[in-house]
Design a protein around this ligand. Structure first.
Ligand SMILES: [Zn+2]
Ligand SMILES: [Zn+2]
Length: 350
């Protein structure tokens, strides 16, 4: 099969023929129909995030949707022909977290493109298929579904479950990329008022289309002052989708006293998670600083109900489709901070 192989960090991917994945008794082979190219793929390609460093060679790609091709002998619920989404946070289905509906915190977590070969290929093998494959309703096209394996589900969990956002509340969102735009759309559908922050005017225009009621270009204006002014003292909830030193500080400073700051973006190379923050401000203002990672499979039925009935439209965030050979161009755009919307691979032959 064809695959885009990461052989050396920060070097062009090798689009080449590799052996087909091997089926395990609990696993399934999925024919990848669509796979999004995510900022996390770019981080992984650069060899950042020492805790998530992929062993090389690795086939990246963790925003997959596809058709089940073949299932292992122990697989009972999933069958060939099923349309599925693969959440990037795959669980073992048996640990305490998985049992409690928190599979995104599984102690034996597997992540496509990081711990096993992912969706930048014609086929992918998914472990523990009965637990990890999410049935995809017929009315949702593959191209629109792939983002639900990462960005869209991550925003859904971060905004609604971790951020506990309520109708009428103010939400500030730092970063209008994949997660940020998803967060804006989801929060707007939930009845909240969103202020989007980015350094790219085109991305902010896109944010407005997704429902942001105000936007602020942080390269030109002070976003914290802007948000405090608009909201009369601070947002109820803030999401930092980027994980930069500056956005972490600004996101924390944007919430009102007793507000919730949700951290979704991981810090890039060099910081390795080490960012000094003002603990005294967090204490004095009773800020809840909350981490959010992926989404447990238990929340998928709610998300899919909203997408299947058109109340949420992840497909609106897809601006381009490409082939395996086009991944590197998208990585270059991430490097240049020149991203608008999301690109999905639909051609796996070249
Ligand atoms: Zn588990
Ligand atoms: Zn992702």
């Amino acid at each position: 099969m064809k695959a885009a192989v990461l052989e050396e960090f920060n070097k062009p991917l090798n689009v080449t023929d590799v052996p087909d994945p091997e089926l395990t008794p609990d696993g399934a082979i999925v024919k990848v129909e669509a796979c999004g190219i995510c900022r996390s793929d770019w981080h992984g390609w650069r060899g950042e995030w020492t805790g998530f460093l992929a062993p090389l060679p690795m086939v990246g790609g963790h925003e997959m949707s596809g058709t089940v091709q073949e299932v292992g002998a122990n697989v009972k619920h999933v069958k060939p022909g099923d349309r599925v989404i693969v959440p990037f946070t795959c669980g073992d289905g048996t640990c305490q977290y998985c049992q409690e509906g928190k599979s995104n915190e599984c102690i034996n977590q597997e992540m496509p493109g990081f711990t096993y070969h992912g969706g930048f290929a014609e086929y992918a093998h998914i472990p523990t298929a009965d637990f990890n494959l999410i049935p995809l309703p017929d009315e949702i096209p593959f191209e629109q579904a792939s983002g639900m394996g990462c960005r869209f589900m991550t925003a859904y969990h971060g905004v609604l479950s971790v951020g506990e956002l309520k109708p009428g509340e103010w939400l500030s969102v730092y970063g209008s990329g994949g997660v940020g735009l998803s967060a804006i759309q989801i929060a707007t559908a939930a009845g909240a008022n969103v202020i989007a922050v980015d350094v790219n005017d085109a991305a902010l225009e896109f944010a407005k289309n997704q429902g942001a009621v105000h936007t602020v270009n942080s390269a030109k204006d002070n976003p914290v002052e802007f948000i405090k002014d608009i909201t009369g003292g601070g947002a109820d909830v803030s999401v930092d989708a980027l994980g930069l030193n500056q956005t972490i500080h600004n996101s924390l400073a944007s919430v009102k006293a007793t507000g919730r700051a949700v951290q979704i973006g991981m810090t890039p190379m060099g910081d390795d998670g080490q960012i000094p923050i003002n603990v005294n401000d967090i204490i004095a203002n009773e800020i809840s600083y909350r981490g959010s990672f992926g989404m447990p499979r238990s929340e998928f039925p709610l998300l899919l109900n909203q997408v299947a009935t058109g109340k949420l439209t992840p497909g609106q965030l897809v601006t381009e489709t490409t082939s395996l050979g086009g991944i590197i161009d998208v990585y270059d755009k991430f490097t240049r901070n020149d991203i608008k919307g999301t690109t999905v691979i639909t051609d796996f032959t070249k």
